[in-house]
Write a protein that binds this ligand. Sequence first.
Ligand SMILES: [Zn+2]
Length: 344
Amino acid sequence: MEQECQRAYPTLLIIMFAGLIGARPLSPPTERDLPWADASAISLVPVRGAQEFAIASQVAPSARAELSISQADNRSLKEELLHDLGLARAAERFHALSVVDPRAMAKPVPAMIAGNGPRMRGQLVAQTQRIDLYVGKNTFSIDQIAGLAGKFERVLRAAEDYFGTTLKRRISVGFYSKPPKRGVRGMAYTNEGRVELYYRPSEATGRAVTVAMHEMGHHLEAQRYGEAAQRRADTILHEGLATWIASIRWLDQAGASNWRQRGRQLHDAGIPLRLLTAERSGADNAYELWASFVDYLVRQYGWKKFNTLYVSGRGRAPGSSDYQGVLGKSLDELSDDWRAWLDP
Ligand SMILES: [Zn+2]
């Protein structure tokens, strides 16, 4: 993987190179404890209430046929896993990702958010319950994105299930050929409720879906913590969390079962386990190291502390959060603890 995230500090755009990014707010922070004990129980949930994805009137006729998305596409996280990985691997992954709250599995299908998302360049090709999808020139085709519409909605649901925060505002996701900066794959304009992804026509869509999931993760961060807190969040937590929210797809593409294993893999590959200077090893590696650190913090300290730590950020600079004040240890000490946890 080659993604990197670049942040345009002045505004609230969050960029991601060859990879991901994004973020927007409203509701107060939600807190959940980690349901370690329950995570082993894998009972499949029946597909719930049917909701057809609406198709915008502007949708190209050729795309309409692709959009007869039925209730089968309204899947929860568990269903997403089954859909993508097959039963055996889904069960294995679900065990590995033991931070998933089983209660999430019983949540109803998110309601349609009425109206339109922010207008973007290009053509509106589909509207799902919560996402408007746009396609510009010289990128994925209209048919490709229209055909993936249900996938994006499912990925959003998976991210929400995993993180425990639900999107409250309809967002728009647009595909374009030229990034604002070389190597950038995605940007999230969280204050505007939109995401941009940059791909050429010949590229595979799978990676783009993962990048989109990371970007939507930023929107969920902004939703949980508020736009202002998200804007000044410590990059380690900000990018680490968005990557963590996209765990299901990201880890699978990295060939790891969990973030502890992924950290070890990076170490074995010669990547220094250093958080403050992680970006020297490339954005992809940095995001993954940070996601591993986030995973460690959540497991060790719980969501309540983590949420407090997140909103204590004083700017995008890595290490800007008040680790000492919130967790009682400096970032250096916590880094040592994390490395010990990885036990490379
Ligand atoms: Zn990002």
